[in-house]
Ligand binder design. Structure first.
Ligand SMILES: Cc1cc2nc3c(=O)[nH]c(=O)nc-3n(C[C@H](O)[C@H](O)[C@H](O)COP(=O)(O)O)c2cc1C
Length: 175
């Protein structure tokens, strides 16, 4: 049975090295359209994004995560995923689902992408979340969940194949 979404999902891997070129704005817009269709709690669309393309700002963003931030340097764009906390119960889920959509959409355009975690991570002086909100002028009432680094693939990684799936994790009716 043809399953295009499965093919896309199996091809997607976390790519942490990029060719260092900008990404077409048209492609970024297409990716963000996908992100904006993600399901969300109460249907109140709490997830917002700041897309950073300026290499100097990307370096500053990298500095907001004291361990493991530098991997975003060289990305063509970094999408900062933030969630409005006014109906906060499901903010992590809301941000994570939108992020997953971005990761799949990036693969559709042949771009490499990687989730870089921010929640509960530390920056140089404050939490990574606070440092990023200061850097980008994000108003109070939002939390940054993660970054998604995007760029032309600078490393080759094989997609997943049948032997990588553990169907034993799928249970019908009873565990
Ligand atoms: C919640 C979450 C946090 C992650 N944090 C990071 C991170 O901070 N840095 C990183 O390089 N990868 C991060 N990743 C990517 C995972 O390491 C990666 O998805 C996993 O190893 C599986 O590899 P794959 O994406 O190639 O299938 C994160 C992924 C998730 C879902």
């Amino acid at each position: 049975m043809e399953n295009k979404l499965f093919e896309l999902a199996a091809a997607r891997r976390s790519i942490r090295r990029y060719i260092g070129e900008p990404i077409d704005r048209e492609i970024l817009d297409e990716i963000m359209k996908v992100a904006l269709t993600a399901p969300c709690s109460f249907g109140h669309r709490p997830v917002e994004f700041v897309i950073v393309e300026n290499p100097e700002t990307i370096e500053k963003l990298a500095d907001c995560k004291s361990l493991g931030g530098s991997q975003i340097i060289g990305a063509g764009a970094v999408i900062v995923v933030m969630v409005k906390l006014d109906r906060g119960e499901f903010w992590i889920e809301d941000g994570a689902i939108a992020s997953s959509y971005i990761l799949l959409a990036a693969e559709q355009y042949g771009l490499g992408a990687c989730w870089v975690h921010i929640r509960n991570r530390t920056g140089r002086k404050k939490s990574s979340d606070e440092e990023i909100r200061d850097l980008l002028g994000v108003p109070d009432g939002y939390a940054v969940l993660n970054l998604i680094a995007l760029g032309g693939k600078g490393e080759d990684k094989p997609g997943y194949t049948e032997s990588d799936y553990d169907y034993g994790k799928v249970h019908y009716e009873m565990y």
